[in-house]
Structure formats: structure tokens, C-alpha cells
Design a protein around this ligand. Structure first.
Ligand code: SAM
Length: 285
């Protein structure tokens, strides 16, 4: 795989089950000149499983800057490089953003090789609406900062998705219960594609009880999904989804009076309708 200019491939790898890798990904990993891997020891398992002997170089958050120059040099000399992370799609809460940005700026071709991604796998099987969603990556560690995020999303449409660690899953569900209330719908996807895969979808109260009562539900890797506000609920006084979204964003940043004033200018809708909607949105916060 040598051209005048090398290509950078962004290759998704399995999130647990080694069979979850595409034929194209295997072909690329076999044919590139170098694989930049988040953890070479971890990726060795995958390489051995598929008899891939391509040289690997460690590329992780602690050496991103120093290794980047070397990788760009390889690309400049016509070699092709595959970027992989420990699991799933690189860059999705994994290293690679600055490499992709620099490679594109330098005029190299960057080619995605799609595959597993924990948030997409969780969403697809959660039973929550998947037509619109927001992904927050890992939430902050403190309860105070977490609840501020839940408050900000609480009255928005679309499913809220985030990654959570086993150490914080119980505390996180405590916060979800405090902000969203017992009856709101949520889903917890644990150990996806692995032996103990568990996807629990139900009310906040049901899932909270399950997580606190069952120690096994506090182990492994987690994706948490929270249902968004019903579309119908947001259609007020002829305001469109976009109008409500604009108003909601403004309300999170400014006073009610300023938010309404700006929303009138941005949406062209009547002040009266926007004011009424703003009061309702604020009371739901
Ligand atoms: N790049 C990965 C992707 O495409 O999903 C995400 C990497 S991020 C550093 C790792 C987090 O993703 C884990 O802490 C967990 O929250 C989530 N995750 C990864 N694999 C998972 C799995 N098999 N089941 C549930 N969550 C998983």
C-alpha cells in the first residue's frame, strides 16, 4: 500500500466479540505499512487472532503529539497507516483527533473503515428513539457537574447517550433519579457483545433498583441512554422543533427575558408564544 502520498485509515475494531470486525478492516490492517494502536499489547490479541503481522506503533493520549510527526512523515513518504484504538471506533472518546486533523490539513487522504461503536450498538438495541440523539462521552466525575448536564438536557428532544465507568454507575443513576424522576425511561447497556451482555430498559426507578441490587450490574463497561422529551410535548403554539431547540439553548445561557428577545430575532416567531414556551420550559428544568 504505497502511493505518492500515503493514506490514513481510521479502522474500527471490536468492542468485545472478536468476530465484530469487517472483511474490509481485516484487509486494510493486513495491507497497510504500519498500524498506530492505542495499546499495542491489547491489539496484539486481535492481530494474533486474525494472523495480521503488520508492524505496530503505540499511539496514545500520552504520546499523541510526539508520535504524530513520525506518522505524518510516514504518510509523506507514501506509506499507508491504519489508526486503531483499544475498542470500537477510533476518536470516539479515544485518541486520534489531532492526527486526523493534521493529516487532512497536510492534504493526506483519510479513509474511515466503519464498524463497532458502543454508543451506536447500545442505541440500536435500547428501545429508545434513535432518530435523534446527543452523545456526551464520559460525564464529569462530580455529582454536581453531572446533574448540571442532566438539567441542561432534561427538556430537550432526542435520546441522551453517555459512557459510564463501573465505579460511578450507581452514583450516576442516583443523579438520574434525582433529576429525571422515577418514571422517566432509560436504558443501561452493559458489556455489549461480551459473555455477560445485559441491556436493561425501563423506568429510572426500575433500572436504578436493578443496578443497586445486583452487584453484577456494577461490573464491566457501560453505556447509559436517557429518553428525550416527547416530540408532541414540545409542539406548543405553532412553534417548530427547531424554534423550541433554539429557545432551550438560549434559556440555558441567558435570563428568560433575554432568551425570549433573542429567540424572537432568531426564529421570527411571535413573542407571546415564545414567552409562554419559555415559562413552560423553565418550569420543567
Ligand atoms: N471508541 C469506543 C467506541 O467506539 O465505542 C469507546 C472508547 S471509550 C474509551 C470506552 C468506553 O466505551 C467504556 O468505558 C464504556 O463506557 C464504553 N464501551 C466500550 N465497549 C463497551 C461495551 N462492550 N459495552 C458497553 N460499553 C462499552
Amino acid at each position: 500500500m504505497s502511493n505518492d502520498k500515503g493514506t490514513l485509515y481510521i479502522v474500527a475494531t471490536p468492542i468485545g466479540n472478536l468476530a465484530d470486525i469487517s472483511l474490509r478492516a481485516l484487509d486494510v490492517l493486513k495491507r497497510v505499512n504500519l498500524i498506530a494502536a492505542e495499546d499495542t499489547r491489547n491489539s496484539k490479541v486481535l492481530m494474533n487472532h486474525y494472523s495480521i503481522q503488520t508492524p505496530m506503533l503505540a499511539y496514545h493520549e500520552h504520546n499523541e503529539q510526539s508520535k504524530q510527526a513520525a506518522l505524518l512523515k510516514k504518510l509523506a513518504s507514501g506509506e499507508s497507516v491504519a489508526l486503531i484504538s483499544d475498542a470500537g471506533t477510533p476518536l470516539i472518546n479515544d485518541p486520534g483527533y489531532t492526527l486526523v486533523e493534521s493529516a487532512k490539513q497536510a492534504g493526506f487522504e483519510v479513509v474511515p473503515i466503519p464498524g463497532a461503536c458502543a454508543l451506536i450498538a447500545a442505541l440500536s438495541a435500547s428501545g429508545l428513539a434513535a432518530d435523534r440523539f446527543m452523545f456526551e462521552g464520559f460525564l464529569p466525575r462530580t455529582s454536581h457537574a453531572r446533574t448540571a448536564i442532566f438539567e441542561a438536557y432534561k427538556s430537550r428532544q432526542g435520546t441522551l447517550i453517555f459512557y459510564e465507568s463501573s465505579h460511578r454507575i450507581v452514583k450516576c443513576m442516583d443523579d438520574v433519579l434525582a433529576i429525571y424522576g422515577a418514571d422517566h425511561k432509560v436504558s443501561i447497556a452493559r458489556e455489549l457483545t461480551k459473555t455477560y451482555e445485559t441491556i436493561v430498559t425501563g423506568t429510572v426507578l426500575e433500572t436504578h433498583q436493578r443496578v443497586t441490587a445486583d452487584k453484577n450490574m456494577q461490573r464491566g463497561e457501560f453505556v447509559v441512554l436517557i429518553e428525550g422529551v416527547d416530540k408532541k410535548q414540545q409542539k406548543r403554539d405553532g412553534l417548530s422543533d427547531e424554534d423550541m431547540e433554539t429557545l432551550n439553548i438560549l434559556l440555558a445561557e441567558c435570563s428568560l427575558k433575554t432568551a425570549v428577545k433573542l429567540a424572537v430575532q432568531l426564529t421570527g416567531q411571535a413573542k407571546k408564544a415564545l414567552y409562554k414556551a419559555a415559562l413552560e420550559l423553565n418550569s420543567e428544568r
